[in-house]
Design a protein around this ligand. Structure first.
Ligand SMILES: Nc1ncnc2c1ncn2[C@@H]1O[C@H](COP(=O)(O)OP(=O)(O)O)[C@@H](O)[C@H]1O
Ligand SMILES: [Mg+2]
Length: 338
């Protein structure tokens, strides 16, 4: 049995991806669904949301094998093998495999092994390296008996992200309502399909290799990469821009999502708020966001002691409803009982 991997992905930054994962992880943990989050963005914003700067600095300075996702895969850049990941316990049902700025140093190794994995022999090492994120995450999930692996990644289509997507069962796509998000979406869909196809070739090549008989217990990710929908961010909207501008872009999303991501014809006149592929519209939470960051909590856990009083208290209660609904919707899409 392997644990499903859900990745939030968009090749455009600043669309609220990291904040979303942070909040969803807390919500799943509230449902008593044990989650391991892996921060696979070398910018490590998600790690910074959970840990104090001093803690992060110590992790990076010590460089203990397994202490971050990079430290888990780093031995593969030499002659070593994966180091067992050390998780940070946030709550009983929430664990973090910290990110690492050093992770960008793994990009070249992944790029080099990609063609090697299509050779006729010596396939074990390239396949082990290309699937290393998945291998590490599965070990992490098994260590704490997690039911779900959540992943945050950076906004690009490089070799690190290709390996993350190879490890991914379900993809959720956060979007802003602007030209850049729509353009990003147009590139993302075909890229996902291409990666899926290329990984399938590698799995087929592995299947018929001599080494697959030598390593019968070696498991590989299936490269499912199933898109489960998109999320629209209202907060990305520039406040000086008219509502009409938001509407113009947001109403184009259903068609672009179908054409680019699902490779299906668009549905005529389908509005974003009626689109079954739209998982949610994420509200602009304004001052609750810095308040939550300061207290290292999701906004829906803010209390009056944290400063959430009056209208803020109502907004906190509303945000709990919104994130609960979203978490339930996502659970249904990935076949997880909550
Ligand atoms: N719902 C929201 N309302 C208001 N601000 C938000 C919201 N979600 C994210 N932000 C802010 O927007 C910025 C980008 O969000 P982030 O989650 O880091 O995006 P990404 O991971 O896509 O780059 C951050 O400063 C974050 O605090
Ligand atoms: Mg981010």
């Amino acid at each position: 049995m392997t644990v499903p991997v859900l990745t939030f992905f968009n090749n455009k930054g600043g669309v609220g991806k990291t904040s979303l994962i942070y909040h969803l992880a807390w919500m799943f943990a509230d449902f008593r669904k044990r989650v391991v989050i892996t921060d696979l963005d070398p910018q490590a914003n998600l790690t910074a949301a959970f840990l104090e700067d001093d803690q992060i600095e110590e992790l990076w300075d010590m460089g203990t094998p397994g202490s971050t996702i990079y430290q888990s895969v780093k031995p593969l850049t030499g002659v070593g093998d994966i180091a067992e990941p050390e998780l940070k316990e946030i709550t009983t049902d929430l664990y973090l495999l910290p990110g690492d700025v050093g992770l960008s140093g793994f990009e070249d190794t992944l790029s080099a092994e990609w063609p090697n994995s299509m050779g006729d022999n010596n396939l074990y090492r390239p396949m082990r390296i290309l699937s290393s994120f998945w291998q590490v995450m599965q070990v992490a999930a098994a260590k704490v008996q997690a039911e779900l692996l959540l992943v945050d990644i950076g906004p690009n289509l490089g070799a690190i992200n290709r390996s993350v997507l190879v490890a991914t069962d379900y993809v959720a796509i956060p979007l802003g309502a602007d030209l850049f998000s729509l353009q990003g979406l147009s590139n993302l869909g075909p890229t996902l399909r291409s990666w899926k196809g290329l990984w399938k070739k590698r799995l087929d090549n592995w299947e018929v290799s001599v080494e697959s008989k030598q390593f019968p217990d070696f498991q590989l990710p299936s490269g499912k990469m199933q898109p489960i929908g998109y999320l629209c961010q209202q907060h990305g909207v520039r406040l000086d821009r008219p509502v009409k501008a938001y509407d113009k872009w947001v109403q184009r999303i259903p068609a672009v999502y179908r054409e680019a991501v699902l490779d299906e014809p668009p549905v005529a006149n389908l509005k974003q708020d009626q689109d079954p592929h739209c998982l949610a519209t994420i509200k602009h939470y304004r001052s609750l966001i810095p308040m939550a960051q300061e207290h290292r909590k999701p906004i829906f856990n803010l209390s009056s002691a944290d400063g959430a009083i009056g209208s803020h208290a109502h907004a906190v209660a509303d945000s709990r409803k919104d994130f609960k609904l979203l978490a339930e919707k996502i659970a249904a899409k990935i076949g997880m009982q909550v």
